[in-house]
Design a protein around this ligand. Structure first.
Ligand code: ARG
Length: 569
């Protein structure tokens, strides 16, 4: 397809004495399409040409040639040159690409570039909570999008499967294991054991000592402790997998915190040698005041055990060496901003090539709030994730039952709509914003929701059916798509790959969600403004083909977010 920005820059470079790469960076997309599809602000040239921007604009307008650029005209408003794309050529370019590519927008911009994404990362023997859902959904969408752009992506589920709490769990299980059915209901039962042993530890110093000892034994590879730990891990993972199955989540690596148990010593040695490790109240820490961080990073606790931070530092070493990453992303809630600031600063002292330190990037996201306030386990307002997804499916089924009681395959459709609604809701706003979770809003077929996009898609499917199928691209008369409804859709579709690139620049999947809403809305306007199934076959074919193109992009885009389209709903 034509790259209009490049074309404009090339033509301008023939007139002014500035290289085309620089000129291209100045080309803008005006907010109001009355001001053209692209515009060039001539004040960028005022210094060089020593003239007023409107004078420059008029002079360029006289000299510039638009031949072969895909642009049909240029106008001057004030100091701006406003360019308008040739409508027929836009349609030819976009629909030609839709016809010839199995996956429209797939590209190779990321070829040979390695990205590591650390996401989901629930904790063994603890509930998979709504924060882990957000991490799973955001990280999963980023992973899909990077892959689609040709990057080599390693998605890592950095499970919380290590730490002193396992010493406690082992002790609790040793004492009362047969009272709890952890195979049947692992997370709930293990949580009960954990609460009970924790209370006992507070009363009895000897029990606490035994727990610490268990963790030490686990670190040393004691068979009994290891066997129990493996059991806790296996039953927890089985439970987490139910959520991953519903969401369709897949990871390239499941190396959790425990994977680094034998890799932390190196971190400690490097930091010791660098002189950055200091003693403080029996603990080994790295002081970060020079970097403007008040809280030091604890590397070894006073009781000799390692920390969450130490394991993350070992992981950085490992990932740099194993994956040679350009970017290593960490998708967690903003509650961990300080943690990542700390470890990214300490990472500078690990002796790694600078590019690996530069490539570290925390991707924080906001809290999920109920209309009544923050979810909290203590107050019992926390929703279990599997329950939440199942409730979404139930509710979607009720809506379908009302709207379309005769639908075949109601269960599968309800699953796609319900899960899709939750995923889309998670991705529809700027990720750092707190999100209010409200059933009626997220399942509203008319709102800016996942179901709305799915509904638009299904509607197009039925248009295609009524039309008797998709016409051959050779029979499509591109001139029939010069109305503003059609042109709005074509411009959006033209921009698809650019939108995906923007997502990767900001690690912000909501850019894609907003785009899909815009595309669905543009289609609704087109559908309401233009009759599609009409006697004039030439116009009909063109409109049907545009409908097909829209459906293709809606389906690909939602798939990148992790959603599945229903065929009917
Ligand atoms: N398990 C952690 C939690 O639930 C998240 C881990 C994030 N990844 C990391 N490398 N620290 O809060």
């Amino acid at each position: 397809m034509i790259n209009y920005k490049t074309k404009i820059a090339e033509e301008l470079a023939k007139i002014v004495n500035i290289n085309k790469e620089e000129l291209e960076t100045y080309v803008e997309i005006p907010k109001d399409t009355k001001n053209g599809d692209y515009s060039f602000p001539c004040f960028k040239l005022a210094k060089e040409l020593k003239k007023a921007p409107p004078v420059i604009a008029n002079e360029i307008k006289e000299k510039i040639s638009l031949e072969g650029t895909g642009l049909e005209k240029v106008e001057v408003i004030g100091g701006f040159l406003n360019f308008f794309v040739d409508k027929k050529m836009l349609a030819e370019g976009v629909l030609g690409e839709i016809a010839s590519k199995e996956e429209y927008g797939r590209s190779k911009v990321g070829e040979g570039r390695n990205i590591v994404i650390d996401y989901s990362a629930p904790n063994i023997a603890k509930p998979f909570h709504i924060g882990h859902l957000r991490s799973t959904v955001i990280g999963g969408a980023l992973s899909n999008i990077y892959k689609f752009l040709g990057y080599n992506v390693t998605g890592i589920n950095h499970l919380g499967d290590y730490g002193t709490q396992f010493g406690k769990l082992i002790e609790g299980y040793k004492l009362w294991g047969d009272e709890y059915d952890i195979d049947e209901n692992p997370i709930d039962e293990l949580t009960k054991i954990y609460i009970r042993i924790n209370n006992l530890c507070k009363e009895d110093e000897k029990v606490l000592e035994a727990c610490r000892n268990n963790f030490k034994k686990l670190e040393e590879g004691d068979p009994y402790c290891t066997e129990l730990w493996e059991k806790f891990k296996a039953v927890s993972l089985k439970e987490f997998q139910k959520v991953y199955d519903l969401l369709g989540s897949k990871f390239e690596s499941w190396n959790g915190e425990a994977f680094y148990s034998d890799k932390m010593q190196e971190v400690i040695e490097i930091l010791e040698k660098s002189g950055k490790l200091t003693e403080s109240q029996g603990a080994k820490i790295v002081d970060l005041t020079d970097a403007g961080i008040d809280t030091p990073c604890i590397i070894v606790k006073s009781n000799g055990s390692s920390t969450y931070a130490t394991r993350d530092l070992a992981a950085i070493l490992y990932r740099a060496r194993t994956y040679d990453y350009e970017k290593a992303l960490y998708v967690t809630s903003y509650e961990q901003i300080l943690h990542f600031k700390q470890i990214f600063t300490v990472a500078k002292y690990l002796g790694l090539d600078e590019k690996y330190v530069k490539g570290l990037k925390h991707v924080p996201f906001g809290m999920v709030l109920l209309p009544t306030g923050k979810m909290s386990t203590r107050e019992g307002t926390s929703i279990k994730l599997e329950d939440l997804l199942n409730e979404a499916i139930e509710r979607a089924k009720e809506v379908i039952e009302q709207k379309n009681p005769d639908l075949e395959d109601k269960d599968e459709t309800a699953k796609r709509v319900g899960v899709g609604a939750v995923i889309f809701n998670d991705l529809s706003n700027n990720r750092v914003k707190d999100e209010v979770f409200d059933w009626d809003t997220i399942l509203n077929f008319q709102g800016e929701t996942g179901p709305y996009i799915q509904y638009t898609y299904v509607r197009i499917k039925s248009v295609l059916e009524k039309a008797g199928g998709v016409p051959d691209i050779k029979d499509v008369d591109m001139e029939k798509l010069d109305d503003s409804y059609s042109q709005d859709i074509l411009k959006l579709i033209y921009n698809f790959e650019n939108i995906l690139i923007q997502v990767t620049e900001k690690e912000e999947p909501s850019i894609l969600s907003r785009y899909l809403i815009d595309l669905a809305k543009a289609y609704s306007s087109f559908y309401n403004g233009n009759k599609i199934i009409i006697d004039d076959k030439v116009t009909k074919d063109a409109r049907v083909y545009l409908s097909y193109a829209t459906a293709k992009v809606l389906k690909e885009g939602t798939a990148l977010l992790g959603m599945e389209m229903p065929n009917k709903m």
